[in-house]
Ligand binder design. Structure first.
Ligand code: SAH
Ligand code: SF4
Length: 374
């Protein structure tokens, strides 16, 4: 909603049809409008040239046609590219476009992946993460989630066919808008991306994991585990004090017994924090137990060497340590991968570009940030 107007790219098809009928138009106009929005990629109602001028004016009065503006791009065509967006209210978010080569999150290697944000900032404050550093500002609307994909496709000229919700924010804390966005991304009248090419990542909101398991859509799930015991997780992820490892694993069991899509444990390797042999053995145990519990769903471990964040004390373990950790998992029969690609600087995790931009360019301070800095 914006000035009492409805954001058109947040509507599901049935809702759009209903609204169009309320304007006294036949239902099939909804199909035409959806086509303009998601296939022909109109940028305003005025672009919708096969609708009458009168109807375009009516649409303009009823709906808002939000968009996200690209303010910075880092990287080049063949590498990971980061996009910094300014939203209508001036807030900044970012997306990362990952080119076709590295196989990621179960996607075939010819897939182009986008990592998108679901919130401005994040309330969960993981100690290693740039997104959480300045706290939480607000949830994104479904339209702002979908628009990241549309804007990056337009700017890059590439068709994106794999979506990971691993940008800024905790997707499951913005459940309604997330589900709305996923439906629009997945629908044939929307962006038409298959559910198994959509991965939601969570830091471990156990009740919402169960809620997601009850949804009919077969999207994939990634759990940011990052520690195999409460002792380790408590140090780096405040959410663990609310839902500890046992609660989280039990929510994963529930998910695994309701879904057929893959579940991934994401595990950032941080030197001297979570990279011991003991953690590897316990992680293997959790993954094995879960795969045994789940009959139809496969379980995978994704090891990610930590990306350093300016101002934070953490670093990645040596290459040897990373490989040793991986070999322990593999020796126990766990499907595990270690991200080895280069480009550490640009491949930095989401949230960092915004942080750098805020630090170096100093746009007007948001009142909340002002209070925090004062
Ligand atoms: N809030 C959700 C999704 C966004 S974070 C979540 O936590 O899962 C996406 C992933 O990036 C998470 O696995 C997160 O732990 C990881 N991440 C955050 N900061 C990182 C960093 N500096 N280096 C590597 N991975 C990082
Ligand atoms: Fe939030 Fe995820 Fe970053 Fe934790 S890792 S602070 S949950 S974005």
């Amino acid at each position: 909603m914006d000035n009492g107007k409805i954001e058109i790219k947040s509507l599901l098809f049935d809702e759009l049809r209903e609204k169009v009928r309320e304007l006294g138009e036949p239902g099939y106009r909804a199909r035409q409008i959806a086509d303009w929005l998601y296939q022909k990629r109109a940028q305003s109602f005025n672009d919708m040239t096969d609708l009458s001028r009168g109807l375009r004016a009516q649409l303009d009065e009823t709906f808002s046609f939000g968009r996200v503006d690209i303010v910075r791009v880092l990287g080049s065509r063949d590498t990971t590219r980061k996009f910094l967006f300014r939203l209508a209210d001036g807030n900044l978010i970012e997306s990362v476009l990952i080119p076709a080569s590295p196989a990621l999150y179960g996607a075939k290697s010819d897939r182009r992946t986008i990592c998108i944000s679901t919130q401005v900032g994040c309330a969960y404050g993981c100690k290693f993460c740039a997104s959480g550093l300045e706290g939480f500002t607000r949830n994104l609307g479904a339209n702002e989630i979908v628009d990241q994909i549309i804007a990056v496709e337009r700017a890059s000229g590439q068709k994106i066919d794999n979506i990971v919700f691993m940008g800024m924010g905790e997707p499951l804390a913005n459940f309604e808008q997330l589900m709305r966005a996923i439906r629009i991304i997945n629908a044939p009248w929307g962006l038409g991306i298959g559910a198994r090419h959509i991965t939601v990542s969570t830091s471990g909101l156990a009740p919402q994991i169960r809620r997601l398991a009850d949804e009919p859509l077969q999207s994939r799930l990634a759990i940011s585990l990052h520690g195999a015991t409460d002792e380790v997780r408590d140090q780096i992820m405040p959410i663990n004090r609310r839902y500890n490892v046992a609660d989280l694993l039990s929510a994963c069991d529930y998910y695994a017994s309701h879904k057929k899509q893959r579940l991934t444990f994401e595990y950032i390797l941080i030197a001297d924090v979570n990279d011991t042999d003991d953690q590897a053995h316990l992680l293997a145990k959790h993954a094995r137990r879960l795969s045994e519990h789940a009959r139809r769903l496969s379980v995978k471990v994704n090891l990610i060497p930590y990306n350093t964040v300016e101002g934070l004390p953490w670093s990645r373990p040596s290459r040897n340590r990373q490989e040793k950790f991986l070999s322990i998992l593999r020796a126990k029969g766990i499907a595990a991968t270690l991200r080895r690609e280069k480009g550490h600087d640009i491949d930095a995790a989401c949230g960092q570009l915004r942080l750098q931009t805020k630090r170096h360019h100093r746009p007007p301070l948001h009142p909340q940030n002002f209070l925090r800095e004062a």
